[in-house]
Design a protein around this ligand. Structure first.
Ligand code: FE
Length: 216
């Protein structure tokens, strides 16, 4: 976009920078385009800066969340700091989560947490990257609360009846990170090897951490 100072004559080419929205039809889509164009027009951000920032967010991945979990499994002091103040604890590993509260919860042999955003798609992107499509689906958002065990089973996660299932609802102000239970037989593994067992879904709570070496 050029840096014009004349009145807004709307000569933008809407097709050049609309990575997600082809035909805006909803209010938020119009708002997004309007805000983006204003930021560019007022020279607060350039189109390139916006695109770079979007790229940076798309590069984030659940590996950051897996590193956090592996550290918590190996270092009890870190685990306790994570449970007490997750924003500060993840900052120790270089992950900055600002403006929303991050809450870490632990899955154990008796208690299983699973995260949903029933309203929309709130998700700890700084730790887990871009949310999967199913997380944003109406079906997951409604069924996770109504029938969490059935949803878990569809993810291949079968829990004993004795395990309590708690569904945590994310909000605009608060995001959750699930610390999956550490699998048996991982006592001698390095932190990196442990992190490789922590998949994205286990950080949302729809799966367990993987067993080492393909064990069941
Ligand atoms: Fe949301």
């Amino acid at each position: 976009m050029s840096t014009h100072t004349h009145d807004h004559d709307h000569d933008h080419d809407h097709t050049t920078f609309q990575p997600d929205i082809k035909d805006p039809s909803q209010e938020w889509e119009f708002l997004e385009i309007a805000l983006r164009e204003l930021l560019i027009e007022k020279q607060i951000l350039s189109a390139r800066e916006i695109a770079d920032e979007m790229e940076a967010w798309e590069r984030k991945s659940p590996e950051a969340g897996a590193r956090v979990v592996a550290r918590a499994w190996c270092d009890d002091g870190f685990r306790q700091r994570l449970l007490a103040d997750a924003n500060s604890a993840v900052a120790e590993l270089g992950v900055e989560i600002e403006s929303v509260e991050l809450i870490a919860v632990e899955n154990t042999a008796d208690l299983h947490h699973m995260v949903v955003c029933t309203l929309c798609s709130c998700y700890p992107r700084g730790l887990l990257g871009v949310p999967p499509l199913w997380y944003k689906s109406f079906e997951y958002r409604s069924r996770a609360v109504r029938e969490p065990r059935a949803v878990l089973a569809e993810f291949g996660t079968e829990l004993a009846d004795s395990v309590e299932v708690r569904v945590l609802d994310s909000t605009a102000d608060c995001r959750h990170l699930v610390i999956p239970a550490r699998p048996a037989g991982t006592e001698g593994l390095s932190e990196d090897a442990l992190a490789a067992l922590v998949g994205r879904d286990s950080l949302i709570g729809t799966a367990l951490a993987r067993a080492p070496h393909g064990e069941a």
